[in-house]
Design a protein around this ligand. Structure first.
Ligand code: ARG
Ligand code: ZN
Length: 879
């Protein structure tokens, strides 16, 4: 068993492995409790390694059965095998073949790392360090080998046997057993290894690559779920075509498989030719999945497929380089979605996620650089910082060097490093070369953690006709980084005239400039000429840099931008800023017992947005969605009182419902569907707008309006509208929410993925009874407290989407989470550590809650036998 005394791993201590591997032949005899694994591993001493060094392979919970070198069993004094390590003291100083037999127990594998069973299906998850739970191996991403996998099993138990690469042989064996042999010609690191064995159904399709390779596409699911795969299959084919057209990346095997499993720690995994997915991101029908589910499926199918180049063909030298594959692949999947759907709406959704998940991480004790330099448990670094900020940083690079140089640099990277285990330096060097620019300062985006603060002061001189921006940047200290250097920050800008039209950007000597100013020092002044009247500044258009921005824009200016900015993203941002400013003021007023400010300007801006909303419903739905309680808390930053924020937000919603009620009802009627459900982006946008309007309309708790919502719930012919109506009902005491919840449960009783939505809604009810409700739901017989999806839906939603109840003043919300984490840690440390991450903003709370949160964290910390995963999170949280 691993202990919590893990030693930190440092980027600066990277060394090549002393022994590399050229080929691996695995022979796996599947058995629920005693799977036999024979590995024949061709080893060569690494020319840059330490000559004569012992061979040291990683293991985790392994039992060695036998060991030989070039066919000769090693004498006991020649090696040492512990569950965590195999050491051969005097390995040959030449190429040799190592044969290792291990025995593993998939049934007992509750961590869901390595080989485990999900509803009877054998499957694997090897990233980051799961392969060492199958056999002893140099389990690190810079050891690349060609794998052949032979799998055998009882035919009844596992009629389907899948591996990486192409199928080369199948056959029958005695005693109703059979086997399959898979060969993957592309050298890969062990984290991309996968195998599957089980009784699964599949759907099949085909794709012809642009150079004419015929590829079989298969999605494997539980029997009876074949009818829910069509959308995922379509998304896969669109991803394959798009990657050829936009990035020039073509698929490189004869078959591409996706297997959907019900027990999975993360979203999905890009194993070569054999992606394994959380079934939540595969299965979808109009009656089972929401528009948001469809969009997520499309994005994750694309993401994992895109890894075939950015991750698999070019992999990472070590885990510090995780963003090299993840940030880039998120960037690619964001571009894909932007091309498939609305670019502006996708940008808004991405920025919302970035701010809520990543800015909050960056502002708290778990902050770390996009490329960390030290870790204790790598699984805790699959974070919004590595993924989402990692993608943002690539976007910053693109704005800085321009689209053309960016494309040249990326093409160069894909060509030059094909087959490599690369570093972020390798990646950036390609863009420096393509653009002819020195990107040393840009590299700070990878090294410095924290969100840069940028403040802008403007000055208009009517006599001179000049408009001046005084811009300052700063970066607060973060864990391990007390001193920071100024970053290079590209800000896309525009100056709007009174007519709302962009004016030419002229410098003081009359030169026209492009719409981006780049900061590279702490302070900058930019002066623009030709402005006899004061223009309105639109800055950080498209969220060109992931910064926290303060400007001296007045509320009238923000309302003006919300109407007129030619940049759609900034029209949305202006409304958000207006609402956030109002809500921070209002929650301070709630707290001090003072009078809330009048929301007039905000109300008028919302009314104007509503009036034009049908031109672009998906966009308008974003504009009309108020900042979340967490958004407001982040803006306030310190001494946060979640109850005051909730009260202020609720009061604003009530005011909006009262003043915009008629327009909202009219809008909902006009958006009523005229044809049957289709998950396309246009139809989804109309539903999104109608449901945002519905939610606002009901916000005042008016009985008649709630009754109308209940009717919508019962009449809905698709999951999006049904769930949206239910979400409104559960937020209101006294509606017939219990009826609606019971109806929903009855209808979808046998479908865990759908009941997850039902669990999440209940976990989010902002009322004092919710904690008891959550506890009751957890102890129901049907609740599988070991399944990650169930836990995330119930406990995860409670802790991260219900600020008033998780942050109960009596501390019981914190105690509950601590108790769940401690209980889960012995079974599934990865998920336990992730749930514990909900404490990431605890230091920003007001003193009473902060003390309670700290006490709960300390209780976790004082627990004996914590996993390295939970130990790492709790230690950093308390540091
Ligand atoms: N590489 C996967 C993806 O982002 C994530 C797998 C991470 N798994 C883990 N156990 N840390 O597509
Ligand atoms: Zn990924």
């Amino acid at each position: 068993m691993r202990t919590d005394q893990a030693q930190p791993v440092r980027l600066s201590e990277y060394r090549v492995a002393n022994h590399s591997v050229t080929t691996v032949a695995l022979d796996v005899a599947l058995d629920p409790t005693a799977t036999r694994v024979n590995a024949r591993i061709d080893v060569v001493p690494h020319p840059q390694g330490v000559a004569g060094a012992p061979l040291v392979f990683d293991g985790d919970d392994l039992v060695l059965v036998s060991l030989s070198v070039d066919g000769v069993a090693l004498p006991p004094e020649g090696f040492e095998a512990t569950p965590e390590r195999l050491t051969i003291f005097n390995p040959p100083a030449r190429a040799f073949a190592l044969e290792i037999e291990t025995r593993i127990n998939p049934e007992a594998n509750t961590q869901l790392m390595g080989l485990y069973r999900s509803s009877g299906t054998f499957c694997t998850q090897c990233e980051a360090e799961g392969f060492r739970r199958i056999t002893y191996f140099p389990d690190r991403p810079d050891v690349l080998a060609v794998y052949t996998t032979r799998i055998e099993a009882d035919r009844a138990l596992a009629p389907v046997l899948l591996g990486n690469g192409n199928l080369v042989e199948t056959g029958d064996l005695e005693d109703n057993r059979h086997f399959a042999v898979w060969h993957d010609p592309h050298p890969k690191p062990s984290y991309l290894f996968a195998l599957v064995g089980g009784d699964l159904a599949h759907v099949e399709d085909h794709f012809t690559t642009r150079s004419g390779r015929e590829v079989v596409l298969r999605i494997y699911v539980e029997h009876g779920k074949e009818g829910r795969c069509a959308y995922a299959m379509d998304a896969l084919k669109r991803s394959m075509r798009w990657d050829e057209e936009v990035f020039g990346c073509e698929y490189d095997l004869d078959i591409f498989m996706i297997v959907a499993v019900g027990d999975f720690n993360m979203g999905a995994m890009e194993n070569k030719g054999l992606n394994i997915f959380n079934d939540k991101y595969v299965l979808a029908l109009p009656d089972t999945a929401t528009d948001q589910d469809f969009a997520q499926i499309e994005a994750i199918i694309a993401h994992e497929y895109f890894h075939n180049w950015t991750g698999n063909r070019i992999t990472c030298r070590d885990w510090f380089q995780l963003c090299l594959k993840e940030g880039l692949t998120v960037f690619r999947d964001q571009e894909f979605t932007s091309d498939m759907r609305s670019r502006a709406v996708k940008r808004i959704a991405d920025v919302r996620l970035l701010k809520s998940a990543q800015f909050s991480e960056d502002a708290g004790p778990l902050a770390h650089p996009v490329r960390p330099e030290i870790y204790k448990e790598i699984n805790n670094f699959y974070t919004p910082t590595v993924y989402e900020k990692g993608a943002e940083v690539i976007r910053v690079l693109k704005v800085l060097i321009g689209a053309e140089a960016f494309k040249t640099g990326l093409d160069l990277y894909l060509k030059r490093h094909d087959g490599d285990a690369a570093t972020v330096e390798d990646f950036i060097a390609c863009f420096a070369e393509a653009s002819g620019r020195d990107l040393t300062q840009f590299f700070l985006w990878y090294r410095q953690s924290g969100t840069p603060d940028v403040s802008v002061e403007t000055h208009h001189d009517a006599v001179e006709g000049t408009f001046t921006l005084d811009i300052r940047q700063s970066l607060r200290p973060t864990p391990g980084q007390s001193m920071k250097e100024p970053m290079v920050i590209p800000l896309a800008i525009g100056l709007l005239g009174e007519d709302g039209v962009d004016r030419p950007l002229l410098t003081d000597d009359g030169q026209q400039v492009a719409g981006v100013v780049a900061l590279n020092a702490e302070r900058h002044r930019f002066t623009f000429s030709g402005h006899p009247t004061r223009p309105v500044l639109s800055i950080n258009r498209g969220f060109s840099a992931p910064i926290r921005l303060k400007t001296d824009l007045r509320r009238e200016d923000l309302a003006f931008l919300a109407r007129h900015d030619s940049d759609a993203y900034n029209r949305w941002q202006a409304m958000q800023t207006l609402a956030t400013q109002y809500l921070t003021d209002a929650s301070e007023a709630v707290r001090s017992g003072g009078a809330s400010p009048a929301p007039d300007i905000l109300l008028e801006a919302m009314r104007a947005a509503l009036a034009g909303s049908e031109q672009d419903p998906a966009f308008a739905a974003q504009v009309l969605t108020l900042p979340s309680e967490a958004d407001i808390a982040r803006e306030i930053g310190t001494n946060v009182d979640p109850s005051a924020i909730f009260a202020a937000r609720r009061a604003l919603r009530t005011a909006l419902a009262q003043s915009l009620g008629d327009s909202l009802s009219g809008l909902i009627e006009r958006l009523a569907p005229t044809s049957s459900y289709s998950p396309d982006a246009i139809s989804a946008g109309r539903r999104a707008l109608a449901n945002v309007a519905l939610d606002l309309l009901a916000a005042a708790g008016d009985a008649e309006r709630l009754a109308a919502v209940a009717r919508r719930f019962h009449a809905a012919d698709n999951m999006t509208d049904r769930l949206a109506a239910l979400a409104v009902l559960v937020q209101h005491q006294g509606s017939d929410r219990e009826d609606a919840l019971a109806t929903f449960e009855e209808r979808f009783r046998t479908d865990p993925l759908i009941l997850d939505k039902w669990l999440a809604l209940q976990a989010g009810i902002p009322e004092a009874g919710t904690l008891d409700r959550v506890r009751a739901l957890m102890s129901r017989p049907g609740f599988h407290a070991t399944n990650p999806n169930r836990l995330r839906s119930l406990v995860g939603s409670f802790a991260s989407l219900n600020p008033t109840q998780f942050n109960r003043i009596d501390g019981q919300g914190y105690d509950f989470l601590a108790e769940v984490v401690i209980g889960l840690d012995t079974r599934n440390p990865q998920v336990a550590a992730r749930l514990l991450g909900a404490f990431k903003s605890w230091r920003a709370l007001e003193p009473a809650r902060r003390a309670k949160a700290e006490a709960a964290l300390k209780r976790v910390s004082e627990t004996d036998g914590l996993s390295p995963d939970v130990r790492d999170i709790v230690d950093r949280s308390l540091a």
